[in-house]
Design a protein around this ligand. Structure first.
Ligand code: SF4
Ligand code: SF4
Length: 406
């Protein structure tokens, strides 16, 4: 799909540029955001922080710097930590998305080819699932250090029959079902115990993968397919077990501003919440002393900065009886950031190492997170287990004896 200004679902680029220029005016150049920007902290380079990037984006939108170096924009993790910090409420990520679309023609052929390759490889759900299934069968022979990256056996797990009046649509996703095919089933079983039937919805990818790899219109088409799915049943709301996907669903209105899909996207997004919002901590069991753990909680950026739903999972983990240890610099990205770790492995590794030090500083028994990307990215440190928080809730509800995961 090209970007003709009269396409019914593609907002005219000139309108987006105009809006981004308006949004840029909110920035007062105070630089507070630099203090919580992972790439600025890594490099100490103003160009690699949000304020420097905003200056660059202003010039790019004005067209005053043809041939400008776009590398600092490519290094941005889209973690949105700067948005949380900014006292002026600058919508950094919306400006960045527009600039990336606006400057698409200036990127090299190699970069574009790499993006296409990443999209093709990561969105090929069936082949990816088949490969991971094969690797999973070899798990007993895999070195201990790599075992945490090969998870997700569905043995003994079955999706529960929809028997409750309350129903939630659980987005299928693309990469997660291959890496953790058990997680959605466990989520459905947890919700079933709490009186809510979860049903699989959507065409697969939510659109985040192509959109964040510069295939903006492909991302919109995929989002449109999800919106069409959302109308085929009677669901109270929508969620997913990967906070990165949930955050993108919540952002659909931005993708379709001033188009005929805008109303539908807004109505849909209003029903999207993080999956923790569906779990009432008051209905969870309190684990015995032996089953409780000292946990370092890693809130993915998509949860704390994009969805702004930090705090819910912590309440759930404490309701089970676990203790959460303090984590320094908890607002900082771990470096996973979707396909970022593939495109910028050196930066991603440096950020992952730094994050692991923060997470393990108070010597927790385990690390717990909410996004498969973060879980996989941090898993290779291997000196202690890392789980999705839903694993712990599932164990507590179905088999507390197994809850002893330490
Ligand atoms: S984005 Fe916000 S925090 Fe950063 S320089 Fe601009 S006004 Fe200050
Ligand atoms: S989105 Fe993250 S990496 Fe990008 S400028 Fe903001 S804080 Fe820095």
């Amino acid at each position: 799909m090209s970007n003709p200004s009269n396409h019914p679902i593609v907002p005219p680029l000139k309108d987006c540029v105009h809006r981004a220029q308006e949004l840029l005016r909110a920035c007062v150049h105070c630089g507070f955001c630099n203090a919580t920007c992972p790439t600025y902290i890594l490099t100490g380079d103003e160009r690699e922080g949000p304020r420097g990037r905003l200056y660059l984006m202003k010039d790019l939108l004005a067209g005053t710097t043809p041939g400008a170096d776009l590398e600092p924009l490519s290094h941005c993790l889209s973690c949105r930590s700067c948005e949380t910090t900014c006292p002026a409420g600058v919508h950094y990520s919306e400006i960045l998305d527009t600039v990336r679309e606006h400057t698409e023609g200036e990127r090299s052929r190699t970069e574009r080819a790499l993006d296409r390759l990443s999209i093709a490889a990561l969105s090929a759900r069936r082949p990816l699932a088949a490969i991971m299934g094969g690797v999973r069968r070899l798990r007993p022979f895999i070195p201990q250090a790599l075992k945490q990256r090969v998870l997700g056996s569905t043995e003994g797990l079955e999706w529960p029959v929809a028997r409750h009046a309350r129903r939630v649509g659980l987005l299928v996703g693309c990469v997660q079902p291959a890496l953790r095919p058990d997680l959605d089933i466990k989520a459905a079983l947890v919700l079933d115990r709490l009186g809510i039937s979860a049903q699989r919805v959507g065409p697969g990818c939510c659109g985040a993968l192509p959109f964040h790899l510069h295939a903006h219109d492909e991302g919109r088409s995929t989002a449109l397919a999800t919106l069409a799915w959302a109308k085929t049943g009677d669901w109270e709301g929508f969620t997913s077990t990967a906070s990165g996907c949930t955050a993108f669903l919540k952002d659909y209105p931005r993708l379709f501003q001033d188009t005929k899909a805008a109303g539908g996207a807004q109505a849909f997004a209003a029903t999207v919440t993080d999956i923790a919002a569906w779990i009432d901590p008051a209905h969870l069991p309190r684990l015995s002393e032996r089953q409780r753990h000292r946990i370092a909680w890693h809130a993915p950026c998509s949860l704390q900065h994009a969805l702004k739903e930090a705090g819910r999972v912590e309440i759930i983990l404490r309701a089970l009886g676990h203790t959460l240890v303090p984590v320094a610099d908890s607002a900082l990205c771990c470096g996973s950031a979707g396909p970022y770790s593939l495109r910028h492995p050196r930066w991603a590794t440096a950020l992952g190492r730094r994050k692991w030090q923060s997470l393990t500083g108070a010597d927790p028994e385990m690390v717990v997170t909410a996004n498969i990307g973060c879980q996989q990215h941090l898993a290779h440190h291997g000196d202690r287990p890392i789980h999705h928080w839903l694993d712990l809730v599932y164990d507590a509800l179905t088999n507390p004896d197994k809850a002893d995961r330490g």
